[in-house]
Design a protein around this ligand. Structure first.
Ligand SMILES: [Zn+2]
Length: 267
């Protein structure tokens, strides 16, 4: 084995992820033929062993501050239903948030809602950079490579970023069931918003409970708008997709409405 090959095989001694730990991301349906690309930035809540759970409890990591509850299952189901390529981040947003530009304060939060994230307080810049290199960059590089390949093959592409939100945030109960989020690129979002609002008994937010901008988000801006792709960020309330039955409802609903939205938008 050459030295270069050996370097590739053996991770650096000081790498964040140990050889037996999961890769930073998982691709689902790599050979999918459909036009949809799904990303799930907050799919899971793992923390690299070397970071000692960031000083928070397992219960905290299992709450909404650690990940987007239910979002991974809906993304997987939707990938199957739409014959879509999908990618899921394996590590907690508390390690490094894959939907924030690296370097902004919320990228590696020192506090999330009411919980101090001890392992992020006073973090040396080199450690933040290592998280970017080992967790954030491989995930986004994989998305970029996939989108580059689709462009080269002249394949139609519609990007959906999948998220979920907590029903209660800082003591405020949220009555909306889901939100359609967008920034400058509105074609798909506006059509989807109309269709979701036409469903019975649903309260759907228009850029609520969050809005999208260049500092609060990353995926829609970088992978969608900068490439000129139709794109939308989907937020579903977590209690609605916490179990398999609720997940099924939203998988079926979005599998029906996303293609209809693309058609209505003339895409
Ligand atoms: Zn999210």
């Amino acid at each position: 084995m050459t030295a270069a090959a050996r370097r590739q095989k053996d991770p650096p001694v000081n790498s964040l992820l140990a050889p037996d730990e999961p890769a930073p991301f998982e691709v689902v349906n790599d050979a999918a033929a459909g036009p949809w690309v799904l990303t799930c930035d907050h799919a899971a809540n793992l923390v690299p062993r070397r970071l000692g759970k960031l000083g928070v409890t397992d219960a905290d990591l299992a709450r909404h501050i650690g990940w987007d509850i239910g979002a991974a299952a809906v993304t997987r189901g939707l990938a199957a239903a739409l014959n879509a390529w999908a990618i899921l981040q394996n590590y907690s947003r508390l390690v490094i948030d894959c939907n924030r530009p690296p370097g902004v304060p919320s990228s590696i939060p020192i506090r999330s809602e009411r919980t101090d994230i001890q392992g992020n307080i006073g973090l040396p810049p080199a450690d933040a950079e290592q998280r970017r290199i080992e967790i954030f960059a491989p995930y986004h590089d994989a998305i970029a490579a996939h989108l580059d390949a689709r462009k080269a093959a002249k394949r139609p592409t519609f990007l959906v970023t999948m998220h979920s939100f907590t029903p209660v945030y800082e003591n405020n109960a949220r009555s909306m069931h889901a939100g359609v989020l967008y920034n400058r690129e509105k074609r798909l979002a506006h059509a989807l918003l109309r269709l979701l609002r036409a469903e019975p008994d649903l309260v759907i937010g228009d850029n609520e409970p969050y809005s999208v901008d260049d500092h609060s988000d990353y995926g829609i801006n970088v992978h969608g708008e900068h490439r000129g792709l139709p794109c939308v960020e989907m937020e579903i309330r977590q209690d609605l997709i916490a179990d398999a039955a609720g997940q099924r409802v939203w998988i079926d609903r979005l599998a029906r409405l996303l293609p209809a939205a693309a058609e209505q938008a003339g895409l």
